[in-house]
Write a protein of this length. Sequence first.
Length: 377
Amino acid sequence: MAYVTVSMLLLLVVPGTQAAGKEPGNNFPLGKGKVPAIFTFGDSTVDSGTNTFLPDPAFLANFTPYGQTYFHRPTGRFCDGRLWVDRLARYLDLPVMKAFLNPKTTDYSKGVDFASAGSGNLESTKATVKSLTKGNVANTDEQLQWFLQVKESLVGSIGAKATEKLLGRSIFILSTGNNDISYGYILNSTMTELYTPDQVTSLMIEAIYNTTKTLFDEGARKIVLSALGPLGCLPTNVASNNGSCVESVNNLVKLFNSKLPALLDRINANCEGARVIYTDSYDTVEGFIKNGTEYGFSRGSYGCCGTGDYNGQPGACGSVDVNGTALYNLCSKEELKEYVFWDNAHITDKTNGILAHMFINGENVVVKPYNISALCD
Ligand SMILES: *[C@@H]1O[C@H](CO)[C@@H](O)[C@H](O)[C@H]1NC(C)=O
Ligand SMILES: *[C@@H]1O[C@H](CO)[C@@H](O)[C@H](O)[C@H]1NC(C)=O
Ligand SMILES: *[C@@H]1O[C@H](CO)[C@@H](O)[C@H](O)[C@H]1NC(C)=O
Ligand SMILES: *[C@@H]1O[C@H](CO)[C@@H](O)[C@H](O)[C@H]1NC(C)=O
Ligand SMILES: *[C@@H]1O[C@H](CO)[C@@H](O)[C@H](O)[C@H]1NC(C)=O
Ligand SMILES: *[C@@H]1O[C@H](CO)[C@@H](O)[C@H](O)[C@H]1NC(C)=O
């Protein structure tokens, strides 16, 4: 009888987390109520639906088959399911991330997501995306303005003192930089002529410092920044490079990543009382791509959903003809487990889940100088 009770409990609990193998066994392993809210800033790695509600968005993912694995409907996330921040929210007994721009998002007390796919920290990123797509993204500075509105609204509803306390205990996530490199720099000849790789990555770092300092001045105390992954190994880049990772892109990423320890030192020197860490998935994701045996990955730089070599053609996942017939390849649900990438440029729900677990409770190889669970007190 005792056996039956235990297995029933497990059945009830497991679906809340995820069967990726390396997930903790209970629902809210970081503890309920320890972190009241998560505020998220950045690009498509953490956009839970902002672009869906942005005027003239440059990039969208609010159509089938996005969301097919977990939400079973498109949510605007550039994924088949959850982003890593959604897992973090779940582990803290918070709702999955909600886009600030979604008119249905009216309660800010558990946090909100400002991230916009395609955005960056440099003006040239927004300008280049605009000239290439005719579309709009919300750069980090615009996301900060939205946050100031949210703060004002919180002060109005719970008062200044309670808002200060809430923000001080919340986790702030800034996952950004990919598009500064791929759009704002590489695809903008003015920028590549004006700035060396060393200069442009320093400019990105300075912009991120400025954002972090502003967040600190507004009350943030627990901040999670992000190193960049192997951008040159995205299906879209590998497809353009005869099957190999684009090393010039990866070298820019590595240069940017190498400046994060000094950024942390600078923040620590100027933001007394802040706890700032950064996730660093570069080696881990490169490992998944090159030899993912340990996690069941065998389709390294292939997108599950898309067209062209490696399914790497931009914007192809979800495209249909006038009759609604799919114009894209889609791997089966069984095969999807073997894919690191969902589409031409974004990782799967499974990959996000493994990374989330590492960021939350992993060693200081993937999250530095310590993991997110250390912020959950
Ligand atoms: C390149 O970046 C500059 C600086 O932000 C911007 O003014 C310009 O419009 C961009 N050029 C293109 C072609 O996107
Ligand atoms: C960072 O802030 C300083 C001081 O306000 C400003 O001079 C600088 O232009 C900003 N840098 C970037 C890259 O945003
Ligand atoms: C592309 O890769 C194939 C197989 O590795 C090789 O035979 C071919 O020469 C390469 N093409 C170019 C243009 O590098
Ligand atoms: C891939 O990694 C596994 C362990 O994770 C190892 O056993 C295997 O030898 C590796 N394969 C290659 C080709 O490196
Ligand atoms: C769409 O359907 C119509 C009617 O069946 C057909 O005549 C037409 O060729 C189809 N168009 C495409 C692009 O498949
Ligand atoms: C993650 O951080 C917690 C809290 O500081 C610590 O107890 C744990 O050992 C860390 N995990 C790893 C794998 O380092």
